[in-house]
Design a protein. Structure first.
Length: 155
């Protein structure tokens, strides 16, 4: 007898301050240098596109993006560690791309740590291209700094 795996039915929900305890738990699990509660509160109050991907009441992941004149800047995209490797990041990037087009954006921009090859691979498979390099952009261990790769997607 073989087991049948049922993929959870997921939906997007706007992130609000009431969700921050759950989001912060994921952020702390996922990153050595996580966003703070203030970062999330500021993004929500600024009206940035802040979406959570939820299945059966569980947050699978989330993203926050800032709209500019003709571009969108992806500020944070995170899949909860327990759900990584299941395609949820690609789904969130699809949703971000669709929303960005609806906003009249021509480009989506992001920065990614040079030491995060998994994320770089996901972005490249989604069509993002390396367009720049930022020295010492991210905080790293022991007070050091890590470079970022700047990537863009033409819509």
């Amino acid at each position: 007898m073989s087991a049948v795996l049922r993929a959870p039915e997921a939906q997007f929900e706007p992130m609000a301050s009431a969700h921050l305890s759950q989001v912060l738990r994921i952020e702390l699990e996922a990153y050595a240098h996580p966003w703070s509660e203030t970062n999330f509160r500021d993004a929500i109050s600024a009206g940035y596109q802040a979406q959570m991907l939820v299945a059966d009441g569980t947050v699978l992941g989330y993203f926050i993006a800032m709209k500019g004149v003709d571009e969108v800047h992806l500020l944070n995209i995170t899949v909860a560690p327990a759900f990584q490797g299941q395609g949820w990041a690609r789904l969130m990037l699809d949703a971000l791309t669709l929303w960005s087009r609806g906003q009249g954006a021509q480009w989506v921009w992001l920065e990614v740590r040079v030491g995060n090859p998994r994320a770089i691979k996901v972005y490249q498979s989604h069509g993002f291209r390396r367009v720049g390099h930022r020295k010492a952009y991210y905080p790293a261990a022991n007070g050091a700094r890590e470079d970022a790769i700047v990537m863009s997607l033409k819509l």
